[in-house]
Design a protein around this ligand. Structure first.
Ligand code: NAD
Length: 472
């Protein structure tokens, strides 16, 4: 049991002004595994005052000084890799080997990369008689989700600090414990007081207090499109900068001449990563009509090898969902797909018989899905793949773009040039060509209702900079 009864504000562990707390639940066992304070608007206010006081001196440090702290934080995360991986595997339900590589591994890359970018970034350029300088945007509020809890915290906190900003972080109340571990690491490296502040709590109370705070210059939010819209609305009253990383309904497009076994196998694996709880997951698979049945046969076989089980069981290929709410939501969508007339190929809405406890959902594949169906339009956020047949390349592109979202995607073809040609016509922020892997230094973000702004690499760093011109 990991109990945190204090917030981290102004370089100190301090009690919340609120009285309540949130239980953190183990997704595989349904047991309470931790507890955190339910902060409130007064806590946010205190955190903002400390971040504001720290901003001026921190913004005047050199990039090399800031990079020095970032590298110490990176080393602190590396030293606590096992604990971080186990904590997130328990909270979120991701199998421990994957949790170690992804949930604990990626944040170290991001802190290292932010240090490298800060020290190599050209902060000044000349145009005509003007010197254009880039300065930190100010106090940044960060609001993050539960699915990749530390990875997404790192995506915001590392570049913000690297740019010379100070931050107030509100992690998800569903999987908050790794953010507390990060606060302990930051405390241990003696980052100047107030540069990093942690206020835990729920979205309506703490999240909206951050979004609406008059002395926060920017809010960066990752989560559902619904909550992102609310954050934008609340933030608009103060005209602060708003960055949003929201939901997705991405498509794997398999062209006629692609290696079908390879493409379908990779597509199912991508869809089921983190039990389908990945914003950029390719949850739609677009296949030529003539190859639909063969694709379905391959997908069924791959899906059925995704043995559900607890996050710490070595035979597990598919962990549970994060919570009862998510489990119910995803089962509801599976029932909806059956009602809408899609063909249930494997899986279904029932709890796996051998796993009566834990928020498990069976690996599910629907075939003969039509693009207008709810299961093809809404983000399900579970291990549910929709296979959609298409007529020709133009039809495939039309279906891929038939979405309010525009986050990710994949294109498979015999020739990479053909895949790139199709990828350029798909309106999303990133697309994998013939299985190209995730790159944590490339820009990540959405078109359409998947968001605004980019994270990672120099593009993510620039989100935290203001531009000033000095006329000479
Ligand atoms: P969520 O929107 O419920 O919560 C995200 C965060 O926002 C949490 O910290 C929550 O407390 C807070 N929040 C909720 N309501 C709020 C409000 N009214 N004002 C301010 N803050 C509020 O999302 P979730 O369930 O934690 O995460 C799943 C969602 O996140 C999915 O839709 C997924 O696609 C999306 N996501 C997007 C990306 C991306 O980079 N695009 C990455 C991961 C997850």
């Amino acid at each position: 049991m990991k109990t945190y009864d204090k917030l981290y504000i102004g370089g100190e562990w301090t009690p919340s002004s609120g009285k309540g707390s949130f239980d953190v639940v183990n997704a595989s066992t349904e047991e309470v595994m931790g507890r955190i304070p339910a902060g409130n608007a007064a806590d946010v206010d205190r955190a903002v005052r400390s971040a504001r006081a720290a901003f001026d001196p921190w913004s005047r440090t050199t990039p090399a000084e800031r990079a020095g702290y970032l590298l110490k934080i990176q080393a602190g995360i590396v030293a606590r890799t096992k604990e971080i991986a186990e904590t997130i595997a328990a909270e979120v339900g991701m199998p421990i080997a994957l949790s170690t590589a992804i949930q604990a591994g990626l944040p170290t890359v991001t802190f290292g990369s932010a240090a490298q970018i800060a020290t190599s970034y050209p902060f000044e350029e000349q145009t005509g008689n003007s010197l254009v300088v880039r300065e930190p945007v100010g106090v940044v509020g960060c609001i993050t989700p539960w699915n990749y809890p530390l990875h997404i915290v790192a995506a915001k906190v590392a570049p913000a600090i690297a740019a010379g900003c100070t931050v107030v972080l509100k992690p998800s109340e569903v999987a908050p414990l790794s953010a507390f571990i990060l606060a302990e690491i930051i405390d241990s490296v003696r980052l100047p007081r107030g540069v990093f502040n942690l206020v835990s709590g729920d979205g309506q109370t703490v999240g909206e207090a951050i979004a609406g705070h008059a002395d926060i210059d920017m809010v960066t939010f990752t989560g559902s499109t619904q909550a992102g819209k609310r954050v934008s609305e609340v933030a608009s009253k103060t005209v602060k900068r708003v960055a949003l990383e929201l939901g997705g309904k991405s498509a794997t497009v398999i062209l006629d001449d692609a290696d079908l076994v390879k493409a379908v196998t990779a597509g199912v694996q991508d869809c089921y990563l983190n039990s389908g709880q990945t914003c950029s997951a390719c949850t739609r698979m677009l296949v030529p009509k003539a190859k639909h049945d063969e694709a379905v046969r391959i997908a069924k076989q791959v899906a059925e090898a995704f043995t559900p089980g607890g996050a710490f069981d070595a035979t597990t290929k598919l962990g549970p969902l994060v919570s009862k709410i998510q489990q119910e939501r995803v089962r509801g969508y599976i029932k909806k797909g059956i009602e809408e007339g899609a063909t249930l190929v494997t899986g279904g809405p029932d709890q796996p018989a051998n796993l009566p406890k834990g928020y498990f959902v069976r690996p599910t594949v629907f075939a003969n899905v039509k693009s207008a169906m709810i299961i093809a339009q809404q983000e399900i956020f579970g291990p549910v793949l929709c296979i959609i047949p298409y007529d020709d390349e133009d039809d495939a592109i039309r279906i891929a773009n038939d979405s309010n979202y525009g986050l990710g995607g994949a294109v498979w073809a015999a020739n990479a040039e053909d895949a790139k040609r199709v990828a350029r016509r798909i309106r999303t922020g990133q697309i994998a060509i013939n299985g190209g892997g995730f790159n944590p230094t490339a820009p990540f973000g959405g078109f359409k209702q998947s968001g605004r702004g980019r994270e990672f690499g120099k593009w993510g760093f620039e989100e935290f900079l203001e531009i000033k011109s000095l006329q000479l």
